[in-house]
Design a protein around this ligand. Sequence first.
Ligand SMILES: C[S@@+](CC[C@H](N)C(=O)[O-])C[C@H]1O[C@@H](n2cnc3c(N)ncnc32)[C@H](O)[C@@H]1O
Length: 260
Amino acid sequence: MLETIQGDLYDFPDYYDLVYGSDWRAEFDFLLGCFGNHAQRRVTRVFEPACGTGRLLYRLARQGYDVSGLDRNPRMTAYCNARLARHGFPETCLDGDMSDFTLPRRVDAAFNMINSFRHLATEQQARAHLQCMAAAVAPRGVYVLGLHLTPTVGQPLDRESWSARRGHLAVVTQLWTKERDLKKRQERCGMTYDVYTPTRAFRLEGEMTFRTYTAPQFQRLLASVPEWETAAVYDFSYDLSEAIDVTSDTEDAVFVLRRI
Ligand SMILES: C[S@@+](CC[C@H](N)C(=O)[O-])C[C@H]1O[C@@H](n2cnc3c(N)ncnc32)[C@H](O)[C@@H]1O
């Protein structure tokens, strides 16, 4: 049995980035495709709310985009800025709440790929986020927003696991649903990082809560912020040639929203 330490798993950007940063190519190519296919303006400035370690941001910077991010966890923003600086880019990741922010200059495109949006606990916060994003993204720009919907037909996926290794560090993560309360619109998840180094092995364990959305609930929220139209929806296979129709059994959804 591993020694277990309880905590907020977003306080450990190194481990987060090792696990989630390794598998970036499909999302990266997909984002470039969305900017090209769905933005109706040239995309040079790109923003990521809830950017975490900025695993995609610094790669976009290397591709020539002018990037910025925002996160409420100062350990994440410090990690993101340090990496941008290491690669010779300005430290453009800000500390802040994605439901209450303004950017100094509008951007052409934004993205938020893996459920971070669902950390916004209430409908008011979610709407405020979409409104802040509408002020942040210039007309005809896009916001690529990925989340798991709660299917009303079939069973949602209840457990996911990833692992990665870099040099002598290996991390295995588990994320599982502890409780899903569709009335309260809350999904409580447990998460662990099992960390292995040459001298130590331990488990970090934490909990996170996500707001739930069925497809109609999410569509209603979108309709309440008329600055956005839906240009296309894809799933987490990130295949630009396979747009999907959102139905009652849809679980993975990446909405490409366009600023009207
Ligand atoms: C799953 S990580 C995603 C990071 C990054 N978007 C990625 O794709 O790797 C979720 C991030 O959302 C941040 N976060 C959660 N709620 C937030 C809020 N209200 N405002 C800003 N950041 C938030 C957390 O601190 C964490 O870094």
